[in-house]
Design a protein around this ligand. Structure first.
Ligand code: DGL
Length: 277
C-alpha cells in the first residue's frame, strides 16, 4: 500500500523551510505542500489565544489541500497550540516532543538547554516534557528574540562579531549552568548553528528540530504504509504575503533559490487563492 497525497507543512512564515529542507533530505520522493503565514509573522511575540486561532486556520488551509499528514514546523505553534490538532482527521506532527526525545537521548549530564521565541519559552512545553522523560534532569531556557530578525537580515555568519556577540549573550546563562545539549527550539536557529556551535564549544550537542521531526515522519510513513510510491518530490509553496525580501529570506532558510513564480499567495482565513504575481 502507498499514499500519493502530499505532506502538509506549515509555519508562521518562511522559517519552516529549514524543516522542509530536512524532510526533503529524508524523504526525497514525497510531495510537500508548504504554507507560510508571512502576512501575520511573527507568532512568537503574540498571545496564546491569537497563536491558537492562527494555528487552526493554518491547519484548515492544509486540510483543504488533501494532505496525508500535517507537520507544524513552527516551534511556537508546537509549544502553545499543539492540541488545536486533536480533532484533525489526519496525523499531526509537532516539533517539540520529537526534539525533546532527541535531546534526552543525546544528553550525558542530564543538563539540557532550550532557546526559543518568547511564547515558546513562556509555555514551558519543552521543560515539562523533558522532566517527564528525565525526572532528574535539569532544564535551562532562554528566549532569543533577536535571532529571527538577524537571520532574516542575512546576518548569520560565524565570523560576524555582531552575530557571535548576540549568540553569546543569549547562550552564556545556559552554558554557565553546564548544559551539554541544546535544543534549537525555533525554525530559524539552525541557520545560526555554526555560530552557536562556535560559542557553545564541542561539548554541547545541538538539536535541530527539523532533523528530529523528519526522522519521525519517515518512520511513521514507513510503518503505516503511507509512503508515496508514484513519481514525486514536488513542493508547492503558499504564503499569505509576498514581501520584497521574500526571495532572499526563503533562500537563506531553504538553502537554495526558490522560484518566486511557483509561490502562490493566498488569503488565509478564507483560503481564497489569489494571483501568483
Ligand atoms: N517560526 C517561529 C518559531 O519557530 C519563529 C518566527 C515567529 O516568531 O513567528 O517559533
Amino acid at each position: 500500500m502507498s499514499d500519493s497525497r502530499a505532506i502538509g507543512v506549515f509555519d508562521s512564515g518562511l522559517g519552516g523551510l529549514t524543516v522542509v529542507k530536512e524532510i526533503v533530505k529524508q524523504l526525497p520522493n514525497e510531495n510537500i505542500v508548504y504554507f507560510g503565514d508571512t502576512g501575520r509573522v511573527p507568532y512568537g511575540t503574540r498571545s496564546r489565544d491569537t497563536i491558537r486561532k492562527y494555528a487552526i486556520e493554518d491547519e484548515n488551509f492544509l486540510l483543504s489541500h488533501d494532505v496525508k499528514l500535517i507537520v507544524a514546523a513552527c516551534g511556537t505553534v508546537s509549544s502553545v497550540a499543539a492540541d488545536t490538532a486533536d480533532t484533525l482527521p489526519i496525523p499531526f506532527v509537532e516539533v517539540v516532543s520529537h526534539s525533546v526525545k532527541s535531546a534526552v537521548e543525546a544528553t550525558r549530564s542530564g543538563k539540557i538547554g532550550i532557546l526559543g521565541t518568547a511564547a515558546t519559552i513562556a509555555s514551558g512545553a519543552h521543560k515539562k516534557q523533558i522532566l517527564e522523560l528525565l525526572p532528574d534532569g535539569e532544564v535551562y531556557e532562554n528566549s532569543a528574540p533577536l535571532f529571527v530578525p538577524l537571520v532574516e537580515e542575512g546576518w548569520y555568519s560565524a565570523e560576524d562579531v555582531v552575530v557571535l556577540n548576540t549568540v553569546e549573550r543569549y547562550l552564556k546563562p545556559l552554558l554557565d549552568k553546564g548544559i551539554d545539549t541544546l535544543i534549537l527550539g525555533c525554525t530559524h536557529y539552525p541557520v545560526l548553528s555554526e555560530a552557536i556551535a562556535k560559542i557553545a564549544g564541542d561539548g554541547v550537542t545541538l538539536i535541530n528540530m527539523g532533523v528530529s521531526v523528519s526522522e519521525y515522519v519517515k518512520e511513521y510513513l514507513e510503518n503505516n504504509n503511507m509512503l508515496n510510491s508514484q513519481n514525486g518530490g514536488k513542493t508547492s509553496f503558499f504564503v499569505s504575503d509576498k514581501t520584497d525580501s521574500f526571495r532572499n529570506i526563503a533562500s537563506i532558510l531553504l538553502g537554495e533559490e526558490i522560484d518566486e513564480n511557483k509561490v502562490k499567495q493566498v488569503s488565509i482565513g478564507t483560503y481564497d487563492e489569489g494571483s501568483t504575481d
